[in-house]
Design a protein around this ligand. Structure first.
Ligand code: ADP
Ligand code: MG
Length: 571
């Protein structure tokens, strides 16, 4: 874990050394001041040697300025180190999240992921900067000041040192408690990120049901829990602060009493006495700072732990090491003995066999929940088959790269997901880097060009989050335009028009028909009118594929399909 953490410093070795070096020198300078005072009181003060006093003061000024410069470097460049590491980690994590599979996102709340990428990373960045440096300086100043105290008077030094084990115990104890509290804090932050994401994302539903008060109450619960956890951790911080403060002051008083006694007995000078007292302050400073350190360490470590956990989550679907590019689709798609279930136990598909020839339009019908969408999601390898195989032109889809496989498959769904940018950006998503003419051509074929021209900003019209500023039909046309641009040989239309009114549906159907022209198309539809023309209709039920054939054949056969047909159109 520690080694893994330090690996992130590697690209910034120089920055680290600069920061570390400056911090060490600044720490050493801290030690110089008590010594200077010691010399001042013992040697300069009694003799009234003014020229020496002036020189000594000038020397001190130089030291202070140097110390200020060093502190600047540590504060700025040191934080740069932390920020760089944080940026690298965030980038790596985002890239990793992009690689994860559908199954992961099925089971993960977006808000939690956002928490990991924002809050956790801040904590790690802080620790990456302050962590090693503060720890090292703390140890160094402790050792340094103790050494000097020993040199002044070893008996007095040992008396002071007695407190160290007690304070260490407080620190360790406190650290453990704090780590627990921070874990909870992160969890809570994730929880209410998820809440916000859900409530705001679903705000239209919230309002439609007039459930604002309910949402608010739910949020108040998360918010309240966060408050309690945060309070608990600050209570810990406050308690630790006070306990260590009082312990240290007791020692100071102790040193004053003993020191006075030592002075009276002539065992140390006034200067040494004052110098020693100042050194106890330097000695205690890292311990006092431990509150701050102890606050950021558990946070950073908790964050880093969560970070590595997520980074170690393997995608469910991965390219085989020897995966090759898929060749352009030529002949057929073959499902062979395909079995699949989402949770391992309940099988959605059981030993399904199916052959789809190039150029065919094949329609899937059947009751909701029968597994039509699932059947189609297996083709682009959104999920992995449990047993059996899917082959395209005889090549198992697990043997080719996901990129090359998915570049040949286009999907248009019922709920189109559009990004919060402009119309152009959304169409371009089908083929990044397409020319302006290509984009317009795609819009024209999707019959969206007139609408775009009618907009004041044309292609640059912003469509709102998830395309809220568009009608259902327009969204669907945008999705179709995107698909024209992508131009894949295999097309999946999953209830693409189910959410539309009849008139719009008819219009969109025409565009879809044009889109599927010359492609191998898998259509899922619950309105049978839309699939009468399909080359083949496959009826999917809970028991698997019940029957398949052309419309007329299936009606004549008097099976499931004819019953569905009768239900929709009457006898
Ligand atoms: P259809 O498209 O025929 O209506 P689906 O393929 O969407 O049916 O769903 C088949 C079954 O799988 C349903 O019982 C559904 O609850 C379940 N299911 C669908 N998607 C998921 C998922 N992402 N995780 C777990 N179960 C799912
Ligand atoms: Mg479905």
């Amino acid at each position: 874990m520690i080694r893994r953490f330090f690996a992130y410093y590697r690209p910034y070795r120089r920055l680290f050394l600069l920061d570390f070096g400056c911090a060490i020198i600044a720490g050493l300078l801290e030690l110089a001041f008590p010594i200077a005072v010691n010399v001042f009181v013992d040697d300069l003060l009694p003799g009234g040697k003014w020229n020496l006093v002036v020189w000594a003061s000038l020397g001190l000024v130089v030291l202070y300025v140097l110390s200020a410069v060093l502190t600047y470097i540590v504060n700025y460049w040191g934080h740069m180190l932390g920020i760089n590491i944080e940026t690298d980690m965030r980038h790596k994590l985002f890239a990793h999240i992009q690689k994860l599979s559908f199954r992961f996102f099925d089971n993960t709340k977006t808000g939690h992921l956002i928490g990991r990428l924002t809050n956790d990373m801040n904590m790690i960045g802080e620790m990456a900067h302050h962590g090693p440096e503060d720890l090292f300086i703390a140890v160094m100043t402790l050792a340094g000041s103790f050494g000097l105290m020993l040199a002044i008077n070893w008996q007095l030094a040992l008396l002071t040192f007695v407190i160290v084990p007690a304070i260490l115990w407080v620190v360790v104890y406190f650290n453990q408690k704090m780590t627990k509290a921070i874990h909870q804090l992160f969890q809570d932050i994730g929880d209410f990120n998820a809440r916000i994401e859900d409530s705001v994302g679903g705000i239209r539903v919230v309002k439609a049901f007039s459930n604002e008060a309910h949402e608010e109450a739910q949020f108040a619960v998360s918010n309240g829990r966060f408050r309690l956890t945060k309070l608990a951790s600050y209570k810990l911080i406050a308690r630790n602060g006070s306990i260590s403060y009082v312990m240290m002051r007791l020692v100071t008083v102790f040193v004053m009493v003993c020191g006075t006694w030592f002075v009276i007995r002539g065992r140390i000078s006034y200067g040494e006495f004052i110098g020693f007292l100042l050194l106890t302050n330097v000695f205690f400073r890292p311990i006092e700072k431990i509150n701050a350190i102890v606050e950021s360490y558990p946070q950073g470590f908790a964050g880093f732990k969560r970070y590595t956990e997520l980074l170690d989550t393997e995608p469910d679907v991965e390219d085989a090491p020897d995966a090759v590019m898929m060749k352009p689709f030529e002949r057929e798609i073959r499902y062979q003995n395909v079995t699949f279930g989402y949770d391992g136990e309940k099988k959605v598909l059981n030993q399904v066999d199916l052959v789809i020839r190039k150029g065919e339009t094949i329609a899937f019908v059947g009751p909701s929940g029968a597994g039509k969408t699932t059947l189609c999601s297996l083709l682009p390898r959104f999920y992995e088959v449990e047993s059996g195989s899917i082959r395209i032109d005889g090549v198992d889809i697990r043997k080719v790269t996901q990129d090359s496989l998915r570049s040949q498959i286009g999907i248009v769904q019922q709920d189109v997901f559009l990004f919060a940018g402009t119309i152009r950006e959304n169409i371009l998503y089908g083929k990044l880097g397409a020319s302006e003419e290509e984009v317009w051509e795609a819009a024209r074929r999707a019959k969206l060009d007139e609408f775009i021209r009618a907009q004041e900003l044309g292609m640059d019209t912003v469509i709102g989050e998830r395309g809220v500023k568009l009608s259902g039909g327009q969204k669907q046309r945008l999705a179709i335009a995107r698909m024209f641009l992508k131009n894949p040989p295999i097309l999946i239309l999953d209830e693409a028009t189910s959410a539309l009114d009849t008139e719009t549906e008819l219009a969109i159907q025409q565009s879809l028909a044009e889109l599927s022209h010359g492609r191998t198309t898998l259509v899922i539809a619950h309105r049978l009118a839309t699939i009468k023309e399909a080359d083949r209709i496959v009826v999917v039920t809970d028991q698997g594929i019940a029957e398949q054939g052309r419309h007329q054949e299936l009606v004549a056969a008097g099976g499931v399909y004819s019953r569905l047909h009768r239900a929709q159109f009457g006898a």
